[in-house]
Design a protein around this ligand. Structure first.
Ligand SMILES: [Zn+2]
Length: 674
């Protein structure tokens, strides 16, 4: 890799240079779009090619994310990320240091970071593993693994992490071996000037680094602290190597970073803010979600040539943002990335022309300006942020941008895989023969149908039932008195910790199924009543409280997994439940665990296959009586069970395994098939 400086600016550290990778001559200062998982979110390869032509022929990819999925073997098979994603230009890979820092539940020691992956398996991310992964990815520029900490950490913590970063940098150099890929070191030391000096000295005295990054910023410090630290460090770095300010920032941060001697930037803000409807324009920052744009005819930015700016009025962009249409995100992300890349091109031109300081003076105010046509009113438009955590629960945003709740102590995410409303309807409501019968108009004098909702959670299953009832009972012209013709339905929701439900009710924007009066009344009064429907709340542990409740016809069994709540899935609990039930009952649950199905059979239930719910190929239905029309597990399942090493409920001691196998093999459900 070669780095040649062409122009510098008196009174500023700004410089224009060319960074030669094996693939590109990259004009710097440069902004690198972030392609976390081998994709710059929403952007096509054609658009990335256009951005490359505008001056961004290099993307950033995240080693940690690509290591988790798809895994190193994929890059070994395809000879790297370039060919795999179809991107022929340059790639810089980060090392995973920032992800180690930002993921909860990670322990870091000298070896590396012990991570627990979303699927539960353990992974050690060491400097060597990070370099091995980056070599497999085949990036043009690799980063050393660093120990990143909050910029507000104490001096002692920052110093320890810095020294570890230096030791890891040496290990990364060794792990690089004979690779032709460039390798950058990362200066750490939080906002302590003495540590930043020590770190810059230590790393520049190690031979072999092709460039230097400033890490550990944009993680909670003020803009002034960030700028001071940047300025201090760039002065200590060699003139003939590129300098990269990691993860920063807003357009003004880029301008100020260049002024302080930075050559390379990356940040997710252009795409992340686009998702929220925020666009950077030559006249200021515009929030397209605001109602003032509903009828706005003007172009987003007359100075921009992108589709968002040349083909549609702001009104249409506002509409796309309000409907959360992916196209809105797509258009605005390209527009924002173009804005960043154009800004860097202007900066380079002004450095070369000797007019950088005048450009900086003119842009400093402009880049921070909010919508000049519709200045935000006197009242703060943005309401104070609502707490994102309550008790043991916190809002969790998935990589796909979909918000659910996380049980913080266990790390378990509710509904991490599927759309919970679809799952609720499919598994718990649509499969139930008894609910279908109750909704389909039996005599008005029929006894109520009782539904137990075990594990209210954030109310997806209960609300799926509420919606089904409303749909079935909606007045229709051809039905004379539909409301009186169906059985009354009583829903009892069990929940020992209402914090999750209350947190979701405070954030209905992320939980649209709760946009209904019923859950709010339930949380407030403990019950909700309407027409021939009653919903009551039993705020207690299900196993201690169910015996006091009216006998159910249908049970939605949707508690936390056995990993978090072993008792509720135990043979003892299921036996007690079976013994208590007096009516024909359908119990629906999301699991297809062989051990839990075994416990159900031993408890006395008949057990049937439930519908698939990706990624599970099936779910489970337990029945007190087998006459209901569900597909009972057959002898094929029994044969499968006998081969399974995980077929025993956790509360059964090993000396009872043989007896339990016999009881299951002799269960009426299988006997009848012989
Ligand atoms: Zn545009």
């Amino acid at each position: 890799m070669k780095f040649a400086v062409h122009a510098t600016v008196a009174g500023s550290q700004a410089r224009a240079a060319t960074l030669h990778t094996a693939r590109d001559a990259i004009e710097t200062p440069v902004f690198m779009p972030v392609g976390t998982r081998g994709t710059v979110r929403t952007q096509t390869l054609t658009q990335l090619g256009q951005l490359a032509e505008l001056g961004a022929p290099i993307l950033l990819a995240n080693t940690y994310h690509l290591l988790v999925r798809p895994g190193i073997e994929v890059f070994e098979r395809f000879g790297g990320l370039h060919r795999w994603m179809g991107w022929p230009r340059s790639i810089l890979t980060d090392s995973g240091g920032f992800q180690i820092f930002s993921l909860t539940g990670t322990t870091i020691d000298e070896a590396g970071a012990q991570l627990r992956l979303p699927g539960g398996q353990a992974l050690v991310l060491s400097p060597e593993r990070s370099i091995a992964m980056q070599r497999a990815i085949g990036s043009d520029i690799m980063m050393v693994l660093d120990h990143c900490i909050a910029s507000t950490s104490s001096h002692a913590e920052a110093e320890a992490a810095m020294h570890r970063t230096h030791r890891w940098a040496k290990r990364s150099l060794a792990a690089r071996g004979d690779s032709a890929q460039a390798l950058f070191a990362i200066v750490q030391g939080a906002c302590f000037a003495d540590l930043r000096r020590t770190s810059a000295d230590a790393l520049t005295s190690l031979p072999g680094f092709d460039g230097y990054a400033i890490g550990g910023l944009a993680v909670g410090e003020s803009r002034a602290q960030r700028e001071d630290t940047t300025e201090l460090v760039t002065q200590l770095l060699p003139e003939d190597r590129p300098r990269y300010l990691m993860g920063v920032g807003m357009p003004l941060d880029l301008l100020e970073g260049v002024h302080r001697g930075i050559d390379m930037f990356d940040c997710i803000l252009p795409t992340a803010l686009a998702q929220q409807g925020v666009a950077f324009t030559s006249r200021g920052r515009i929030d397209l979600a605001r109602g003032v744009h509903r009828l706005a005819e003007q172009a987003l930015d007359p100075a921009c040539g992108c589709d968002a700016c040349t083909r549609t009025p702001r009104s249409y962009l506002h509409h796309l943002v309000k409907c959360q249409e992916p196209l809105g995100w797509q258009l605005l992300a390209f527009h924002n990335l173009s804005f960043y890349v154009r800004l860097m091109a202007q900066i380079r031109a002004h450095i070369r022309a000797g007019t950088f300081l005048a450009f900086r003076a003119e842009q400093r105010e402009l880049l921070e300006r909010a919508d000049p046509d519709h200045p935000p009113g006197r009242r703060p438009r943005v309401k104070p942020a609502k707490p994102r955590r309550r008790g043991e629960f916190a809002l969790h945003t998935s990589p796909r941008g979909f918000v659910s709740l996380q049980h913080v102590p266990s790390g378990e995410i509710m509904h991490s895989v599927n759309d919970p409303d679809i799952e609720a309807a499919r598994i718990y409501v649509e499969q139930s023969v008894l609910i279908a019968r109750a909704l389909a108009a039996p005599p008005a004098a029929a006894p109520p149908l009782v539904v137990w909702d075990v594990g209210l959670g954030v109310g997806h299953n209960a609300m799926a039932l509420v919606r089904a009832i409303e749909r079935a009972r909606a007045p229709a012209a051809e039905l004379p008195t539909p409301r009186d013709s169906a059985s009354p339905i009583e829903l009892v929701s069990f929940e020992r910790d209402l914090d999750a439900f209350r947190l979701a009710l405070a954030h209905v924007e992320h939980f649209p199924h709760l946009r209904h009066r019923a859950p709010h009344v339930l949380a407030h009064r403990g019950s909700y009543r309407r027409e021939r429907f009653t919903w009551s709340l039993c705020e207690a542990d299900f196993l201690t409280a169910f015996a006091g409740q009216p006998q159910p016809d249908v049970i939605f069994y949707d508690p936390f997994s056995a990993k978090v709540d072993a008792a509720i899935w135990s043979l003892a609990a299921l036996t007690r439940l079976f013994d208590y039930l007096t009516k024909p009952v359908e119990l629906f649950t999301y699991t297809s665990s062989t051990a839990i199905r075994s416990a159900m059979l031993v408890a006395g239930f008949h057990v049937a296959r439930g519908v698939a719910s990706a990624p599970k190929r099936e779910t489970t239905i337990a029945l007190t009586e087998p006459h209901l029309p569900h597909a009972l597990l057959d002898r094929d399942w029994l044969a499968h069970r006998e081969r399974s090493s995980a077929r025993f409920p956790t509360d059964v001691p090993a000396e009872q395994y043989a007896t339990l196998d016999q009881v299951i093999a002799g269960h009426a459900q299988f006997g009848a098939m012989r």
